[in-house]
Write a protein that binds this ligand. Structure first.
Ligand SMILES: [Zn+2]
Length: 228
């Protein structure tokens, strides 16, 4: 199965992808499944799942949790195979990981070395490496390819399974990166992932596309939209 493990819908406020359109986009791109990993919300899960059922696209419930121990975001952690959203407000990285694990979710470190985004300091990352399940070793939105190579080396150093996801915020980015595993169901895919049998694939987004999350954020702000 080929599953894009990092996608934002419009419920993320910085994305243009309408939740119930996402499964059809994924199908067109030749994906078998998608993980919905909106920023700090799970509100798109039902709409995506409903649309996906008719198309035979697997949906993994996920979230990109902003770790905000003192209000400000200090880093991000992705949960996959979740049952309910996790609020990163007032929580440290370890507390977010524990909250995800408590519901049996798989914990992934997204774009861990992309210093142009909010990431954890390297000493903290090394501590977290013993708690997380996998590392996102390819993210097409990283500022420099070098930063993905560093993530891959980090995963290898700690013997952690690898994932890839497009981090899509517009439809044409979906499927630009995906995780492949020998599986016939989301459950088999989950097992392959935790046992390190996944392969990360991806190509980079054209540079111009990076501006779209900022425009979407501005649009949400102008429309007075808030996280649901
Ligand atoms: Zn993201």
């Amino acid at each position: 199965m080929k599953i894009d493990l990092h996608i934002h819908t419009a419920n993320s406020l910085d994305s243009w992808i309408v939740p119930d359109k996402l499964p059809a986009i994924a199908k067109r791109k030749g994906l078998d499944g998608i993980a919905v990993t909106d920023h700090d919300t799970a509100s798109a899960w039902p709409a995506v799942e409903k649309a996906a059922r008719k198309l035979g696209i697997a949906v993994i419930r996920g979230e990109e949790v902003g770790v905000r121990p003192a209000g400000r975001r200090v880093g991000e952690i992705i949960g996959l195979f979740m049952n309910e959203p996790v609020d990163g407000k007032g929580k440290t990285s370890v507390e977010v990981i524990d909250a995800l694990k408590a519901q049996g979710a798989i914990v992934v470190l997204p774009h861990p070395f992309d210093k142009y985004r909010k990431i954890f300091p390297e000493d903290e990352l090394r501590e977290l490496a013993v708690k997380v399940d996998a590392v996102e070793v390819f993210n097409p939105r990283v500022a420099l390819p070098e930063l993905n190579r560093k993530a891959k080396a980090f995963a290898e150093e700690f013997g952690l399974p690898e994932t890839a996801g497009s981090d899509a915020h517009v439809s044409w980015e979906v499927g630009k990166a995906y995780t492949e595993a020998n599986a016939n169901s989301p459950e088999q895919f989950r097992k392959a992932l935790i046992s390190g049998k996944t392969k990360a694939h991806g190509t980079y987004h054209p540079f111009f596309t990076r501006i779209f999350p900022s425009i979407a954020k501005l649009k949400s702000k102008l429309l007075g939209k808030k996280h649901r």
